[in-house]
Design a protein around this ligand. Structure first.
Ligand SMILES: *Cc1c(COP(=O)(O)O)cnc(C)c1O
Length: 220
């Protein structure tokens, strides 16, 4: 079932879009089933669960950390996750930078932008991102590389609403790429799209889709 689900998603993906299999709450055996198909990108959203899977699963897995990260758990994720999608505050960004510097590594991150109507979704507001990237301190970050943006659309059935939110995120991305990140060749990822909305996200320019239930749940 996992094998078939991955195959059916992959056959619809353009070559420039990476499938991240969101394996949160899944046992290592389920991850290994996906791994056997050649899938190497997996996403986790809890620091302790990530750390335990990271420790016991093959080292050629590319781990994506996609959940809200508390600053006191930065150590568990920095230097182990290949990409942290969920930088949602200045404080978290500087904490990761400090930990990466201590480890002597360079941590790749995405800035999470609040695009949904719902209050509960996390991320920077556009004004906050502007403030962040225009702060001289931001340009002195030595141990993180900002590789793009991440966002979550509203959980609604109105696909026009969802599409508009993805378009907003793509606009933010294009704007930042031409301004604050014009000299950063790594700023090229747009993480958007989940099981319910990824085809729309791909049409609107996503390069990383984060799929959990469509891979791991029985969708028959
Ligand atoms: C759980 C989760 C996903 C995957 O959601 P599905 O709807 O199961 O595909 C994607 N992104 C984030 C941030 C998540 O927490």
């Amino acid at each position: 079932m996992i094998v078939a689900n991955i195959a059916s998603i992959k056959e619809k993906l353009p070559p420039n879009v990476q499938l991240v299999a969101v394996s949160k709450l899944q046992p290592p055996e389920a991850i290994m089933e996906a791994y056997a198909t050649g899938q190497r990108h997996f996403g986790e959203n809890r620091a302790s669960e990530f750390l335990s899977k990271w420790a016991q699963l093959p080292k050629d897995i590319h781990w994506h950390f996609i959940g809200h990260l508390q600053t006191n758990k930065v150590k568990m994720v920095t230097g182990k996750a290949n990409l942290i999608h969920s930088i949602d505050s200045e404080r978290l960004l500087y904490a990761i930078n400090q930990e990466a510097a201590k480890q002597g590594t360079l941590q790749k991150c995405l800035l999470e932008i609040h695009i949904a109507k719902e209050e509960s979704k996390t991320g920077f507001l556009w004004e906050e991102v502007q403030k962040l990237v225009n702060d001289p301190q931001f340009h002195s970050l030595t141990s993180v590389t900002i590789c793009g943006l991440m966002g979550m659309a509203s959980f609604v059935s109105d696909i026009h609403q969802v599409r508009k939110e993805f378009q907003t995120l793509k606009c933010c991305f294009d704007h930042l790429k031409q301004t604050a990140f014009i000299d950063n060749p790594h700023f090229c990822h747009l993480s958007m799209g989940m099981s319910g909305d990824w085809p729309i996200a791909v049409e609107e320019g996503s390069t990383l889709i984060r799929i959990g239930s469509q891979i791991f749940d029985n969708n028959d």
